[in-house]
Design a protein around this ligand. Structure first.
Ligand SMILES: [Zn+2]
Length: 257
């Protein structure tokens, strides 16, 4: 999961689309949770210019990828607060994400709350890397040790099991190794290999899948990255576009023997 920057509704949507969503929101706010009409009210948006606009704004927010698993095949508008339980949030811009079929079906209406706090991580509201990241060797999730964050990471992965799926772990592991190999080639080959720089530019593009593992790689290898920046300055904007990982508190020292 990558942190996402959500534009304001005014920046993301036209005045017409916002007015349409507001009218639908007013209608949806009258519905009670689990009402049989919820799906029909949502389907009223289908095949409208507003939905097209909404989809393209949400797609842009996650660089054309699933906001949860980072695959390149998102298709569904996802209600972070499920519309079955929170119809009053059904048409709210800040409750919507664009996700793949698998993540949407996995989540369905699973949405545990602790008090008013959602346990699922919303990537436009919080940096997912504060809660979990990837094991560089296996590509599998590693969870923060702080109990509250760990619990939210566990719940997020339980709700979205695709995040720990072996195929995706393998994709992440392989991507990390490929990029590390190409970075080394840029530094070691004389003359500088243009095809390798072009390959790296493709792999570092924001529209590529599993980018969170590259974000982590860039933070973990500052010396390599600084040298690559100097040797291939055209890659610098792509490297800069990967947000730094949040600082992580040091693990406590093991007890003295
Ligand atoms: Zn997904």
């Amino acid at each position: 999961m990558m942190p996402l920057t959500r534009l304001s509704e005014e920046q993301a949507l036209s005045a017409e689309a916002r007015a349409d969503l507001y009218a639908r929101h007013t209608e949806a706010s009258r519905l009670t949770p689990r009402s049989a009409e919820i799906d029909a009210v949502w389907r009223g948006l289908y095949n409208t210019p507003t939905r097209d606009e909404l989809v393209s704004a949400l797609r842009a927010m996650s660089d054309g990828k699933c906001a949860y698993c980072e695959c390149v095949d998102p298709r569904d508008v996802e209600h972070f607060y499920p519309k079955s339980r929170h119809p009053e949030r059904m048409f709210r811009w800040d409750n919507l994400l664009f996700v793949c079929k698998t993540c949407n079906l996995d989540k369905t209406s699973r949405f545990p709350l602790e008090g008013t706090q959602a346990l699922l991580i919303e990537p436009s509201a919080e940096d997912p890397a504060r809660f979990f990241w990837w094991d560089p060797v296996t590509g599998r999730p590693l969870l923060d040790s702080e109990p509250t964050r760990r619990r939210r990471a566990e719940e997020t992965i339980k709700i979205l099991p695709r995040l720990k799926h072996q195929d995706l772990a393998e994709e992440r592991r392989k991507l990390r190794l490929d990029v590390l190999f190409f970075l080394t080639e840029v530094l070691e080959e004389v003359p500088r290999p243009p095809d390798v720089v072009a390959r790296l530019a493709t792999l570092l593009s924001p529209t590529q899948p599993w980018r969170s593992v590259l974000r982590q790689l860039v933070s973990e290898e500052p010396t390599v990255i600084a040298a690559v920046r100097a040797r291939a300055p055209e890659l610098a904007p792509l490297l800069d576009a990967l947000p730094p990982m949040p600082p992580r508190p040091l693990a406590p020292l093991p007890p003295a023997p």
